[in-house]
Design a protein around this ligand. Structure first.
Ligand SMILES: [Zn+2]
Length: 155
């Protein structure tokens, strides 16, 4: 699994959380058109936000960031969609849906991190030390800041 820029991953999670849930909520308009019971619509909405949270959490965000980011994305997504589709939008319901999405994102991110972390550590341990003087260097540095030795690996 590729490890991306953490900040990009956070934005990815935010985008997924804010966009996917409302998209999956579009059938709710059909539900109302067909006159399906309100309980079914609520159940469907909660399930949709859980699914969106799982997808969003897999975008590569660290688990500790997935919860607040998932919540924010879910809240914004819910607020925008439901204030357009079913006004007036209920803040309480938005918070409930956002919490469901945040929990799902967090759980998904935990699972992703459990797989990714060992690989990240191996790669970083290898690249983050200068082989001449042992100084810690950035993962993308070409020259050591301390002894100015080249960090290109001889393999
Ligand atoms: Zn050095």
């Amino acid at each position: 699994m590729a490890v991306r820029n953490p900040l990009l991953a956070v934005f990815g999670t935010l985008a997924w959380a804010a966009i996917l849930a409302p998209l999956l909520c579009l059938p709710l308009l059909l539900f109302r058109f067909l006159g399906l019971p309100q309980e079914l619509a609520i159940f469907y909405g909660i399930a949709v936000f859980a699914v969106a949270g799982f997808v969003a959490g897999r975008a590569g965000t660290f688990a500790f960031a997935a919860f607040p980011v998932g919540f924010l994305g879910g809240f914004v997504g819910y607020a925008v969609f439901f204030s357009l589709a079913f006004p007036p939008m209920s803040l309480l319901f938005a918070a409930i849906h956002a919490t469901v999405e945040a929990l799902a994102a967090w759980a998904a991110a935990l699972r992703v991190m459990a797989k990714v972390t060992p690989e990240v550590r191996l790669e970083n341990e290898e690249k983050r030390r200068c082989r001449l003087c042992g100084a810690r260097v950035g993962p993308k540095a070409r020259r050591c800041w301390s002894c100015h030795g080249s960090l290109n690996r001889i393999t």
